[in-house]
Ligand binder design. Sequence first.
Ligand SMILES: Nc1ncnc2c1ncn2[C@@H]1O[C@H](COP(=O)(O)OP(=O)(O)OP(=O)(O)O)[C@@H](O)[C@H]1O
Length: 293
Amino acid sequence: MSAEHLLIDHVSIEFDTPKGKFKALDRVNLRIAKGEFVSLIGHSGCGKSTVLNIIAGLLQATEGGIVLDGKEVNEPGPERAVVFQNHSLLPWLTAYENVELAVRQVFRGKKSKREMQEWIEHNLRLAHMDHAMHKKPSEISGGMKQRVGIARALAMKPSVLLMDEPFGALDALTRAHLQDSLMEIQNELNNTVVMITHDVDEAVLLSDRIVMMTNGPAATIGEVLTVDLPRPRDRLALADDSRYNHLRAEVLRFLHERRGEKVEPTATMEPDTAAGSNAASVSKPRRNAKEAA
Ligand SMILES: Nc1ncnc2c1ncn2[C@@H]1O[C@H](COP(=O)(O)OP(=O)(O)OP(=O)(O)O)[C@@H](O)[C@H]1O
């Protein structure tokens, strides 16, 4: 991994709410290297999406900022592609056309028609969606829609892939398949990824580092855990790996210690679950200021 690539530089944010100012984040500070896979984990409402949205340029920090490859970024750009929990595909377009739309925006005038077609197909293949590329979102499953969303994000050739609970709405088996696909893609492309997850197993399986956030208001980074498990990683082998289980226990400990603090979340902890299953996760009981606003 090379030197600093993405800097989250002492980011704080305050929202205006009917009850006054609400400080959601307080001096979140993190350096991310090129090709690194970083997960953000923390109890519901602590500010994970806010961090991701600030990196994406969808929200502005009140203090501090985001520096990508030495340049401050304040607005959305194709070098920071986002994959949301709900696919956000245009329903009247096919999978191919959804990816095409993004490719045209980024590569107009830079790639020929033929090159664009090859590039779209290449990315749909990477996400294992080439067999259904001419289907519309209503004709494919939830997991397939997420695959198209991933293909669309990858096709923008982003420096950073931002993923907000990309597999959160999927069943455990589909989720496991997509995690494996993401690891394969990551192995091939070496993308920088910042991913939000509520799933402890998913965080340990996929990440190079897990950033654990304290509860809000004024949430910040509590601890950072380095996941030094060799790659490629195999979920079944990891289930019996003592290092894997130690890391998993560390994340659960962090979350458990913060249980009941301010946002009153609950962490479901079920021992002896296979790696990548959705059993060890932080439930999403309720939102606070955003709902009150
Ligand atoms: N536009 C807004 N106006 C007011 N408060 C907001 C706004 N956006 C977020 N918040 C508040 O900021 C805090 C962080 O919200 P955020 O959505 O980032 O949390 P999260 O960790 O991603 O939550 P979850 O895990 O439930 O998705 C919450 O208290 C939320 O209510």
